[in-house]
Design a protein around this ligand. Structure first.
Ligand code: SAH
Ligand code: SF4
Ligand code: F3S
Length: 477
């Protein structure tokens, strides 16, 4: 886990950095011993993981096969995150390891993709001399060209951001997949300009992907045996696509409905919702379709209206609480999760108490909790002083974590005795005698296997015991 982020496990966002990123791979076929191979590691949010699958597809078309062994690769790629300083430090550490491989195997190409590539641009090639390729999130189609440039002895760089690119026509190569759950990117970029956040600078302007291509991807996944798709965007509720032929506008509620209709056995999740944009329409669409999971990731960031204003989140504490109330009113069984930042510029003890009380009020099933990390170039870095001492930031973070753990624990205890519909995802981490799967609220449940059941099946599980992270149960019915 992060030192700055000892959060609970969950669906979303940042990957446990000690795991050194998720490694996408496919066993290299022995029929092609001489074929070119690439290795890719991904850090950061789900969007980055989803992008790595697009990169894999682009490289696959260019004749590269994936490998899980970096020593075997002709091309080593790292898809990077800039969200906090710590995320960038991790990338630099990984580059030291790639450098060693390059020393042992000259000719190996090393490429940096994603948000850090976009943030640092040419500076990356100056700072990290052994890096050959620097490619921003909107330039992945150019990868084969850039690789040729490197093969010809030059450095390859493309960090142009686009207003149109959505990779709508590229069918992602699902390499690290369990075959049951998959991500579908529905939009790219972000127009929100939260003052602490680097994403608008690394991912560019917001644009929505063609709805038809999203529905087609979901349908194709269903046919291939997948049973859950997560629609991804930095702010999914502002999804908006205009059909060029009919001029018809598809908003997020419409899109949810279109995907829900693909098949009643295909579950739909989505992330992330910005509290200012999630509408009643979205909530009622969720309610209407059983296969749209009753789970909303609704980051609050802070519980203080004064801090929220400084963060440029465009809602107040009361407005956020009203939204939470509305969700529970329309769907009493809905689970909500959140992101919080402690120690943002000028945060007082009083502001911090307000964050604690909003966490208590909202009854999140889980949260991603961070202390503020100033990012160069952001509004906050330019306008405000990063004036909360690090030990205060960390102490406040620990208080939020302690409270959240208590709430998660209590909510899980309340699940004991209840029966949930679970989608089986595979063997549990601990034992091949047990399955793991999630309920609609996105809670992981572990239970003993029964003959005839397999990953991708739905089953009814009664919860018998609970910790703050996992529920344990038994099959019923
Ligand atoms: N689009 C999503 C968030 C993407 S970034 C949203 O608006 O909710 C994921 C989370 O990282 C954010 O919600 C925020 O809690 C955290 N984060 C972003 N910038 C940060 C920074 N500079 N310091 C600490 N945490 C940050
Ligand atoms: Fe960053 Fe705010 Fe956009 Fe989320 S909504 S990506 S926090 S700028
Ligand atoms: Fe995601 Fe990190 Fe970029 S959170 S959008 S990979 S800065």
């Amino acid at each position: 886990m992060y030192n700055d982020n000892p959060t609970l496990s969950g669906l979303n966002k940042e990957i446990d950095e000690k795991k050194q990123g998720e490694v996408f791979y496919q066993e290299v076929s022995i029929d092609e011993p001489d074929g070119k191979k690439f290795y890719i590691e991904s850090y950061g949010c789900q969007m980055n993981f989803s992008d790595s699958e697009i990169v894999a597809s682009v490289l696959g078309d260019a004749g590269f096969a994936p490998t899980k062994k970096m020593e075997m690769a002709d091309l080593i790629l790292i898809n990077t995150c800039s969200i906090r300083e710590k995320a960038e430090e991790t990338v630099r550490k990984r580059l030291r390891i790639f450098d060693k491989i390059k020393e042992q195997k000259p000719g190996t190409m090393v490429g940096v993709l994603g948000c850090m590539a976009e943030r640092l641009k040419k500076k990356f090639l100056e700072e990290e001399r052994l890096v050959d390729l620097v490619v921003g999130p909107d330039a992945y189609r150019d990868l084969p060209n850039l690789v040729s440039t490197v093969e010809d002895g030059d450095k390859g760089i493309n960090v142009l951001l686009s207003r149109e690119e959505t990779y709508a026509d590229i069918s992602p190569m699902r390499l690290g997949s369990n075959g049951i759950t998959a991500f579908i990117s529905i939009m790219r970029g972000c127009d929100n300009m939260c003052s602490f956040c680097v994403v608008p600078f690394t991912r560019g302007r917001e644009r929505s992907r063609d709805s038809f291509s999203i529905v087609a991807e979901a349908t194709d996944l269903y046919k291939k045996g997948f049973r859950e798709v997560t629609l991804l965007g930095q702010n999914v509720d502002s999804y908006k696509w205009t059909n060029p032929e009919s001029e018809e506008v598809v908003n997020f509620a419409n899109l949810l409905e279109l995907v829900a209709k693909v098949h009643p056995d295909l579950r739909i999740r989505f992330s992330t919702s910005h509290p200012k944009d999630i509408t009643d329409d979205v909530l009622f669409t969720m309610k209407k379709y059983e296969n749209i999971c009753k789970y909303i990731h609704l980051p609050v960031q802070s519980g203080s209206t004064r801090i929220l204003e400084k963060m440029n989140r465009t809602y107040t504490r009361e407005w956020y609480m009203d939204k939470v109330r509305r969700i529970y009113e329309i769907m009493p069984e809905c689970a909500i999760s959140s992101d919080t930042i402690t120690g943002f510029c000028t945060e007082t003890e009083e502001d911090h108490q307000e964050t604690l009380s909003v966490v208590e009020f909202s009854q999140y099933t889980m949260s991603y909790m961070f202390f503020y990390s100033e990012r160069p170039g952001t509004l906050a870095a330019r306008k405000f002083e990063d004036d909360v001492p690090i030990d205060v930031k960390k102490r406040r973070l620990n208080e939020v974590i302690r409270l959240q753990n208590q709430i998660s624990h209590n909510l899980n205890q309340k699940d004991i005795g209840k029966t949930f519909k679970v989608l089986i995802e595979g063997d549990s981490k601990r034992s091949d005698q047990e399955f793991k799967g999630r309920n609609t609220q996105n809670k992981m449940i572990v239970f003993p296997k029964k003959e005839g059941l397999k990953p991708g099946d739905y089953c009814e599980v009664k919860v018998n015991s609970a910790s703050s992270a996992t529920l344990k149960g038994e099959l019923v019915g």
